[in-house]
Design a protein around this ligand. Structure first.
Ligand SMILES: CC(C)(COP(=O)(O)OP(=O)(O)OC[C@H]1O[C@@H](n2cnc3c(N)ncnc32)[C@H](O)[C@@H]1OP(=O)(O)O)[C@@H](O)C(=O)NCCC(=O)NCCS
Length: 153
């Protein structure tokens, strides 16, 4: 399964990521892998089989200061945690420090309890709520903005 297939499978399953439209290879590359707003992107692969297990991207986001990166993590949605997201975050956190960022922002749907727990376990703190952002079908869902401080000023 390639990065795009994994991301589009998570989007198709629904209920976790705020993303709702499947990605073409070009849009995926521009938005998350190598585009001008991308700060870094790490992938996790199974050492034995080489199978792609997930990816994590950090980029610039409208409305955020230049020294705060915005993170997205896409691993698995079957409820079995195997440390993929945590391993990815160890790499992203280190790179964010090297880049001189002061903090990392994660914006998570308020109904994505797995995503909220995951970022909480990585040390992200609640920062603010963006209320009632509509999904494609018009249903309003709050977004929780969490921040991880890198301790750089
Ligand atoms: C959220 C997600 C990235 C977690 O990845 P993962 O590889 O399963 O995470 P890890 O195994 O590293 O888990 C780290 C910690 O978070 C907790 N956690 C992760 N997912 C969880 C879930 N669905 N429910 C409860 N806790 C969860 C783990 O229990 C673990 O806790 P521990 O440190 O006490 O063992 C993955 O489930 C995913 O891709 N979800 C769909 C997309 C999404 O929601 N992304 C986040 C918003 S951008």
């Amino acid at each position: 399964m390639c990065i795009r297939d994994r991301l589009n499978a998570i989007i198709a399953a629904g209920g976790t990521t705020a993303l709702e439209t499947p990605y073409t290879p070009e849009r995926l590359a521009d938005r998350y892998l190598v585009g001008p707003t991308v700060l870094c992107c790490f992938v996790a692969a199974d050492r034995a089989t080489g199978r792609l297990e997930g990816f994590q991207t950090l980029g610039r986001e409208d409305g955020l200061p230049d020294d705060i990166g915005d993170i997205g993590t896409f691993a698995r949605i079957d409820g079995k945690q195997r440390g993929v997201g945590s391993a990815l975050f160890a790499a992203t956190r280190e790179r964010a420090r090297q880049l001189g960022l002061s903090a990392i922002n994660a914006t998570i749907r308020a109904d994505n309890t797995g995503g909220l727990t995951f970022y909480g376990k990585q040390g992200f703190q609640d920062h603010s709520i963006t209320p009632a952002v509509p999904l494609k079908d018009g249903r309003p869902v709050d977004r929780v903005n969490k921040r991880f401080s890198l301790g750089v000023s």
